[in-house]
Design a protein around this ligand. Structure first.
Ligand SMILES: Cc1cc2nc3c(=O)[nH]c(=O)nc-3n(C[C@H](O)[C@H](O)[C@H](O)COP(=O)(O)OP(=O)(O)OC[C@H]3O[C@@H](n4cnc5c(N)ncnc54)[C@H](O)[C@@H]3O)c2cc1C
Length: 414
């Protein structure tokens, strides 16, 4: 389908596709098997200047938005979602800095994330605080010009390969959810070390690490926005990043369908290609339909989101203000419901499509030396991270009820 991309957006897609097909495809099996970090591919991305496609030009980006992030994520995941995630976590670090950082903080950290000089990561999950981030146990205590961080974070994507981390810790444990704050922590800060490296079902080229903070002193200036705003920073970051998980899912589903399509056209049983059986054609049709539906939702949502957020970002940069403050000034809306819908729909579609693709390929689909089973393993994570699909449905449901209540109030007042 023609989605009416601008020349620059099409160019971004073309470059990402070229790197994915020419550089990632030949090595994806290697990284999946060895769980090494895909440094050579990161270098390709740095050379292509694509790591900051979604960031303003003022910080070395291509002046795109969430839509550009989605376009790149989809292309990479179409070949290897694990390698794609190693590129994408920098956005999870950059988005909260862009929205909640002071102009000085933006200047200090965003250019290195845009150029790929430094990779970024985002770490809110703890062993006892997954879906319920309000149970965060990590603490950050103000001591003179520094915060002293203590605690353990787990399941941090890009883990040890990153240089900059957005970390969530409680500055006021007595205040529960309202006591959590967000910080930027630089690798190499004394007291910051790495624990267990996870071995995973899928996205095995992505490193997943435990992070340990023991009396880790970080400058006071590394606080993002204000004390107590951490959960808000995390939630609004997810509003912008969850479509990225949707894009990962649609890329995975499309990649699995591409491989399956070429297999079922050449595999013969009963003297004919298996693609000629109606049972297979119906599965192909369902897969292609849900991919296109997911892509349409994703593109429409992120375009609308960028249209809404971009003026606030540009104004904040021009007037040397914090983006979030300008968003409040301009009364920019939250995108929690729609970004959750993108994640839920696309990830559920990817899971179903990849299971069906394995089925359509028969026994070979189950084998490690055929790429389709990897897509199925990779698809599963898109239903889990950045808030499980159960949590997304809770949030979407809550939003719908709120909207209905305010609509009813408006009607009553009219
Ligand atoms: C490979 C990988 C990479 C990750 N990368 C990162 C990262 O970079 N940074 C980071 O901070 N985190 C990361 N995570 C963590 C991820 O976001 C969490 O695993 C996820 O949010 C779920 O939390 P949990 O694992 O503790 O599950 P739990 O919260 O223990 O949930 C267990 C089950 O209970 C369900 N459940 C829980 N509460 C409710 C409820 N209220 N209503 C209905 N169902 C509920 C869940 O949906 C799930 O099915 C990563 C995880 C993985 C596996």
């Amino acid at each position: 389908m023609d989605y009416g991309l601008t020349e620059q957006q099409q160019e971004i897609v073309n470059i990402a596709r070229q790197i994915a097909q020419k550089k990632m495809r030949p090595v994806r099996e290697h990284y999946d098997k060895t769980e090494e970090f895909p440094w050579p591919i990161i270098e390709e991305f740095k050379r292509a200047d694509l790591l900051g496609a979604y960031l303003p030009e003022a910080y070395g980006g291509l002046d795109g938005g969430v839509f550009e992030l989605v376009l790149v994520g989809e292309e990479l995941s179409r070949v290897c979602a694990g390698i794609g995630l190693s590129v994408a976590t920098s956005a999870l670090c950059a988005i909260p800095i862009l929205y909640y950082g002071t102009p000085e903080q933006r200047k200090r950290w965003l250019p290195d994330l845009a150029s790929g000089k430094k990779l970024g990561a985002f770490t809110i999950t703890e062993p006892g605080a997954g879906s319920d981030a309000t149970s965060t146990k990590a603490t950050a205590k103000l001591d003179g010009d520094h915060y002293v961080l203590n605690g353990v974070k787990n399941f941090c994507s890009t883990g040890k390969a990153a240089e900059l981390y957005v970390v969530f810790a409680s500055t006021n444990p007595g205040r529960g959810a309202r006591g959590i704050s967000a910080f930027v922590v630089e690798k190499g800060t004394p007291g910051f070390s790495f624990g267990k490296k996870e071995e995973k079902m899928g996205i095995r080229a992505s490193w997943t690490y435990e992070l340990v903070f023991e009396n880790c002193r970080i400058p006071k200036d590394n606080l993002l926005y204000k004390e107590g705003y951490g959960l808000f920073v995390a939630q609004s970051t997810f509003d912008s990043s969850r479509p990225g998980i949707g894009a990962q899912a649609i890329g995975i589903a499309q990649g699995a369908l591409d491989e399956t399509m070429s297999y079922v056209r050449q595999r013969k049983q009963f003297g004919v290609p298996v693609a000629s059986f109606q049972a297979i054609q119906h599965m192909l049709a369902d897969a292609a339909t849900s991919i296109e539906a997911g892509r349409s939702l994703l593109y429409a949502t992120t375009r609308a989101m960028d249209k809404d957020n971009k003026p606030a970002i540009d104004k904040a940069i021009a007037e040397n203000k914090i983006v979030y403050d300008v968003m409040k000034e301009l009364d920019t809306r939250r995108w929690t419901k729609e970004s959750g819908m993108c994640k839920v729909f696309c990830s559920d579609a990817a899971m179903k499509v990849t299971v069906d693709c394995v089925q359509m390929c028969g026994g070979i689909g189950y084998m490690r030396d055929f790429p389709v089973e990897k897509y199925m393993r990779d698809a599963k994570i898109t239903q889990i991270y950045e808030g499980t699909n159960q949590i997304q449905r809770n949030e979407i449901g809550m939003m719908l009820i709120k909207e209905a209540a305010s609509h009813a109030k408006e009607l009553a007042a009219a």
